[in-house]
Design a protein around this ligand. Structure first.
Ligand code: ATP
Length: 142
């Protein structure tokens, strides 16, 4: 008979730190080919992530962590996210992200040839991801 766990372990790791580690009820991420919801006892899985907030639910409360791409693995009732960078919603400076968004948009709209379009697009994605994280999940995580 299938083992039905009530919670799943979530770990978010960057080269610098363990950003989050805890038991949660549900995880929602944006993988390269779409949104992925992970409940306890989920089957093993590997996925590449977009630059977008990860949402986890715990005790009916939704929390957001901005993840800057990377990979997700589900194994043994544990979700492990390995990402170049991750930020708890409460640690994001909205004003800074809005300024970064304006800068990136200005670069992309400039008519000059000498801009690194890919770099500006990535900066824009990071800024939008941070703004969405703060807007949807605010400063819930202490
Ligand atoms: P900026 O142009 O504002 O530096 P960025 O997207 O280029 O934005 P990153 O290179 O992704 O910044 O991040 C550099 C460091 O600054 C990382 O440690 C990241 O967590 C932090 N950081 C960037 N933007 C914010 C923000 N809006 N709020 C909090 N920390 C931020």
């Amino acid at each position: 008979m299938a083992d039905t766990k009530k919670t799943i372990q979530l770990e978010i790791i960057t080269p610098d730190a363990s950003v989050f580690k805890g038991e949660v009820d549900f995880v929602l991420v944006r993988a390269l080919d779409g949104d992925l919801g992970i409940m306890p006892s989920h089957a093993p899985l590997l996925a590449s992530l977009q630059i977008w907030p990860l949402m986890y639910e715990k005790d009916h409360d939704r929390n957001g962590i901005f993840v800057v791409g990377g990979f997700l693995e589900v194994k043994n009732n544990t979700v492990t996210v390995i990402t170049p960078n991750a930020e708890l919603s409460g640690s994001i400076d909205r004003k800074r992200a809005e300024e970064a968004k304006r800068r990136a948009e200005k670069r992309l709209n400039a008519k000059t040839q000498d801009i690194d379009v890919e770099r500006a697009q990535l900066a824009l994605h990071r800024a939008i991801g941070r703004i969405v994280t703060v807007t949807q999940y605010g400063k819930k995580i202490k």
